[in-house]
Design a protein around this ligand. Structure first.
Ligand code: SF4
Length: 511
């Protein structure tokens, strides 16, 4: 759709005799899924949305040629009908704090110059010219940044483990194997701001003593792979990657490895095995990757969003970052807001923002006058948060207390019509499908859970099924080898915890 709008705009510009030069720049995603395709006309910053090719013709003829805003194509607040001229006037944008997404939707991701124009590679320059590796690690530790892939492990500590570990060469890996249904945070950053990840990986390479990085990205993200490839090529051309970065003698390079679509390869040990060319299966830990990762050597592995936070932390300082968020969860988090909510899309908010603010202030509430029922965070590893906890601050600890998890950022909203048992069944079917089969608690346990959920949802549930699901869930969590299995029962356990009456209704209403 976007390409058709772009072509129509370019054709119109060529046809019209404009008295000024107009540059058409393709950016990454701005975030508001339900408003796309969008266009911003500068210098005024007028935000046009839901465009069709014919609309681009009108914008060219009216706005670009005659300087008149095309009013019926700008945003209107659904409740009040009041118009917003620029995207900064729209709640969906102005209530966000964008750090990881600072450049997506703003710059041309295929232009290293545009990244540099927005302070790109300055952090790497500062690190190489003014800081020791220990100072870099110290700064990242002090910032309080925790891994955005799901587990929330302190990033600086991970770097320190790798820096101190014996063994050479050392490696740096970017986990871009984003597989949670409904999650597309990492994809958006790679497609919209690939240099931020490359710059961060090089900074980590300097801090930990690694000279080689790998981005493991799923094959389902062809545009991300294409833009990353281009970004790597450009960075090498400019001497921002390679043997002698900025002429400092420090060398670091990055290669891409494309995954073949197995969800389990998002688990770090499976991912590393896949990079090595082996079957992508998890292995027991320890050794942890920081000590024994790729080919048994010390390896730092962080996900895309974690990396994207690094350059601003270096440039603005640890205190700046630690000043955003809550006591134990610093900075911001990007969520993919989906499901029964008016404004779907990517949003980045300070940690500690309440669920209510995300869903109602930014998300615009529930469509069709329906009531909010629950939010599912963390995809197949996560859990549900019911309406009575709408004011929970979204941070690692608070969500875990409620039986949900932060996860990588999937946030699916459900209204009063959603069946929570169906939802739990959907996720169990997903993990059962994606289980690698290496260990029996996950391979067999999730299969048994799915059978029970199947019969419950088909009206053939039995006495004791709920208790059996709980017992199986506890067993799988305790016995499974990797994170996929250990978290697989979460959607079932959390829906039983908060919506037990729905399971009972399924089982007993047919008697
Ligand atoms: Fe494989 Fe599941 Fe065991 Fe993980 S928990 S190793 S995905 S079978």
């Amino acid at each position: 759709d976007c390409q058709a709008v772009k072509k129509s705009l370019l054709d119109s510009i060529n046809r019209l005799k404009l008295d000024k030069e107009v540059k058409v720049v393709e950016t990454g995603c701005m975030g508001p899924c339900d408003q796309g395709p969008v266009m911003v006309v500068y210098p005024e910053g007028v935000f046009y949305r839901r465009l069709k090719p014919a609309d681009a013709v009108e914008i060219a003829e009216e706005h670009l040629l005659k300087g008149r805003v095309v009013k019926h194509l700008i945003y209107q607040t659904p409740e009040t009908g009041s118009a917003a001229l620029t995207f900064e006037q729209i709640d969906f944008f102005n209530k966000q704090t964008r750090i990881a997404l600072r450049n997506t939707g703003i710059i041309n991701p295929e232009s290293v110059e545009e990244y540099i124009a927005r302070n790109g590679y300055q952090a790497l320059g500062r690190v190489l010219s003014k800081m020791t590796p220990e100072e870099v690690i110290d700064l990242v530790k002090k910032s309080g940044l925790r891994g955005r892939g799901g587990a929330g492990f302190p990033t600086g500590l991970k770097w320190e483990f790798s820096a101190r570990a014996q063994g050479k060469p050392k490696y740096v890996v970017c986990n871009a194997d984003e597989g949670d249904p409904g999650a597309f945070m990492d994809r958006s950053i790679l497609e919209g701001d690939p240099h931020s990840v490359l710059e961060a990986m090089a900074i980590c390479g300097y801090a930990t003593g690694a000279g080689q990085g790998y981005v493991y990205v799923r094959a389902e993200y062809p545009l991300a792979v294409q833009r990353l490839n281009l970004a790597i090529r450009k960075a090498r051309e400019y001497g921002l990657l390679g043997e002698n970065i900025f002429g400092t003698g420090f060398g670091f390079d990055v290669e891409i490895r494309v995954g073949a679509g197995a969800f389990v390869c998002g688990e770090e040990t499976a991912l590393l095995a896949s990079i090595e060319g082996r079957r992508g299966e998890p292995r027991p830990k320890p050794p942890f990757p920081a000590q024994g990762g790729l080919w048994g050597k010390p390896t730092v592995i962080n996900n895309v969003e974690t990396w994207a936070n690094i350059p601003p932390i270096i440039l603005n300082g640890a205190d700046w970052f630690a000043g955003i968020g809550t006591e134990k969860s610093k900075g911001t988090k990007v969520f993919a807001l989906a499901g029964k909510v008016n404004n779907t899309g990517l949003v980045e908010v300070p940690m500690g923002t309440t669920l209510r603010e995300i869903i109602f202030d930014i998300g615009g509430g529930i469509p069709n006058g329906k009531k909010f029922k629950a939010a599912q965070t963390g995809g197949p590893s996560g859990g549900c948060i019911p309406a009575k906890h709408l004011d929970v601050p979204v941070d690692y600890e608070s969500l875990t207390e409620l039986g949900a998890i932060m996860g990588s950022g999937g946030l699916i909203i459900m209204d009063e019509d959603t069946c929570m048992v169906d939802l739990a069944r959907f996720f169990v079917e997903f993990v059962q499908d994606e289980s690698c089969g290496k260990c029996s608690p996950c391979r067999i346990g999730t299969r048994r859970m799915l059978e029970i959920l199947d019969r419950i949802t088909k009206g053939r549930g039995r006495d004791g099924d709920i208790e059996l699901l709980e017992e199986l869930g506890r067993g799988i969590k305790a016995g499974a080898l990797c994170g996929l299995g250990q978290t697989a029962p979460n959607p079932v356990l959390s829906t039983i915890r908060h919506f037990r009456e729905e399971y009972e209704a399924h089982i007993y209403q047919h008697r």
